[in-house]
Write a protein that binds this ligand. Structure first.
Ligand SMILES: [Zn+2]
Length: 188
């Protein structure tokens, strides 16, 4: 109904009335003519700048839709069609629908990315903590030789953690895309 109200504002009621065959004369910002709803000798049918009409003879009044309904004896829906409001709404609706769909799609992508950001930070934090815990448990050079392999990915974990802790969304997104193609990091 908001859309109809907005479209109604763009209608020039004086023009609609004249288009219906009622001769109107401009008088001080208003239009006046012989009322189409009753027979009169002196014009008392007014159209005001806010697109409402009133007849001071018979009392008929209303907006552009009311005028068309009364003048043509049609229902609300047909009045909208006559005024072109209905037609304009039909052309605008698929575009608005498309925009809403696009906004929802973008919001869903951003939400998925933010969720991944949190999950990935937790995962990397765990990997880093695990690695240091294992390192601290080493008592000899043999332990290091046996388990040293787990140190290899540590610089990468820390590098990615730095990215995730930064505000560089572009770098995070690169990481996000790379991970989608290269697979998940494995916890220790
Ligand atoms: Zn009248």
């Amino acid at each position: 109904m908001i859309a109809i109200a907005e479209r109604k504002q763009n209608i020039d009621l004086a023009e609609v009335v004249q288009g219906a065959g009622v001769e109107m004369k401009s008088r001080g910002g208003r239009s006046v003519g012989h009322c189409p709803f009753h027979t009169e000798k002196t014009p008392s049918f007014y159209v005001f700048p806010d697109n409402r009409f009133k007849c001071f003879g018979c009392g008929e009044s209303g907006d552009s839709i009311d005028f068309v309904q009364k003048y043509h004896g049609v229902d609300f829906k047909t009045a909208l069609q006559i005024l072109g409001i209905d037609r304009q709404n039909r052309t605008i609706t698929p575009e608005i629908k498309r925009q809403i769909k696009q906004r929802k799609h973008r919001a869903a992508l951003v939400e998925r990315f933010r969720r991944w950001e949190v999950e990935k930070s937790n995962e990397l934090g765990l990997l880093i903590r695990c690695t240091y815990k294992v390192m601290r448990s080493w008592k000899s050079i043999e332990d290091l030789e046996r388990g040293g392999g787990i140190l290899h990915p540590l610089p990468f974990y820390e590098y990615f953690m730095d990215i995730l802790c930064s505000s560089d969304d572009e770098a995070k997104f690169q990481f996000y895309k790379n991970e989608a193609t290269n697979g998940e990091l494995q916890p220790c």
